[in-house]
Design a protein around this ligand. Sequence first.
Ligand SMILES: Nc1nc2c(ncn2[C@@H]2O[C@H](COP(=O)(O)OP(=O)(O)OP(=O)(O)O)[C@@H](O)[C@H]2O)c(=O)[nH]1
Length: 391
Amino acid sequence: MHRTPVFLLTGFLGAGKTTLLNRLVRDPAFADTALVINEFGDVAIDHDLVRLGEGRIARTTTGCLCCTAGGDIRATLNDLLHARSVGGASFSRVVVETTGLADPAPIVNQLIPGGAAAGGLRDHVVAARFALAGVVTLVDIVTGELAIEGHFEAAKQIAFADRLVLTKTDLARDPASRRDVEDLRQRLAALNPAAPIGDGGAADFDLAGLFRPRAYAPLALGEDVTGWLALDAAIRAEQGEGTHPGGTSGTPAFTRHGARLRTFSIVRDAAVGPQGFRRFLDLLGLVAGPRLLRAKGLVRLAETPDRPVVVHAVQHAVFPPVRLEGWPDDDRRSRLVFITDGIEPEPARRLFAVALDGGPAPLARALAGFGTGVARAARSAAGRLIGIQAP
Ligand SMILES: Nc1nc2c(ncn2[C@@H]2O[C@H](COP(=O)(O)OP(=O)(O)OP(=O)(O)O)[C@@H](O)[C@H]2O)c(=O)[nH]1
């Protein structure tokens, strides 16, 4: 029986996965592609940022795929099969965007023969109807090196790739020499000699080629990869599936990613005024960095409530806000998601919330609560922003 090819699209936080998906959905060659967008936290953002268009079949899964109990990716693929059989949805390829913190080993193990054991009939059906056809890993030239150094998941995502793509090459520090691009390319080649490395920003970049069916062959990727797959299988057998302990507001923490990583969100019904938004962006610029790993979301501004603004920060890089033509769906609330490393979520959430809504006095109180969580320099910079002495 023909098996539908499944591709994993991975890459560390903010590497450009959603941006690449948007290129892909605009390309008529991908009209046959079902998307699975994996998000964590209690507020999903990515599916709003992918402009799906008519007739496209997509599923959003929340909870990190690599940690969710019970084989979530198999459940989602089974759901797609069901949609195809009852609803006439048609697709002949699946692209799964993982979270930026995903450990690829458990996801790959659920999709390859001889990987995670089938839990029941459903898993057998999924194995018979789908085949892992490739792992595409994006690495951005602005924060890729930092991610590799600081986060084991980033190095693992690179090692599991059978195609690597450099992103944000338009932001090369020296466009003439492209020294940083070439340095990173060499680093990737050392981490994974088997995977071809493309430049996602090049005029002749072959986007379609990334998702052309092939047999994904972990054995060809070296001993590390086969060792990690075996280790993952052994951990599962020993402990059962790894579920997360609770994080803030019901949001899971990442057991596979170390206890320090946390996520929190801010949701607002009321539109945000210009001052609040400016203060929020200033604060983001000051504290974004290796401890505040990622912030992203949609903001409803008072002056243009029908045209939300998309905000992105990836480690130290804060990207210029982009105004959309309209809201992706009926939900008109501002919603922002943050991922921190070693920062307690509640004081940080309060600080960003009062930057959006409040004046200097509540902001000062929130900053005092934030004191233990951020580096002293960021604290005093944030203090200067609101004109108070850092606690
Ligand atoms: N200049 C430039 N910016 C880019 C490029 N690709 C992505 N970005 C920006 O980088 C930021 C993060 O991009 P996303 O596509 O959301 O990254 P992601 O990997 O989906 O992020 P997570 O899902 O949170 O891990 C956004 O502000 C994008 O506009 C690129 O090639 N060039």
